[in-house]
Design a protein around this ligand. Sequence first.
Ligand SMILES: [Zn+2]
Length: 180
Amino acid sequence: MPLSCDGLSTTLAKVAKDPLTEPRGPDVVHSIRIPAAWLISGETIELELPRQLNCAHCQGGGCDQCQRAGALRLRQQDEPPETVRVSLPDTRGLDESQADKPLLVRIPHAGGHAATENLPRGVLMLQISRAADADLAVRLVPSDAERELRAPREVVVRSMVLGGLLVLVFLWMLYLSGWL
Ligand SMILES: [Zn+2]
């Protein structure tokens, strides 16, 4: 059955394909600023994408990929903002000459929508530069370790409140029964 065999190999090839070489929607570029410390500890950030981003192919000049617009619309006006989660690279290993250059992180399937429906979205080329403060659209996602530390504290507070309430109820019952 040559037909089904062909079908199978195409599917396998699609799965194994690199997101940077597979057919997809147009790529977009975006720049954000974050504190340098976030890059040292390899944090995870969440950023809100603007509705429209520059075309990566022409850098805003206009080309066939963006229909000469220079920019690509990621969503319609009435659609809610889209957030993307990015694990920041740990830059401690970089030598000093690289330390001030913006970092480029490629995020597959977060770029422009393909004109053909069953193709994935393009790649979002995210340029990250270091600044004193993070951009408003960028926030830090607490790591798993921090979340675990926070949970027991909530449990302790909750049980203290419950314990206090029980003591009050006990005193109230003593009062009602005439012991106080
Ligand atoms: Zn373009």
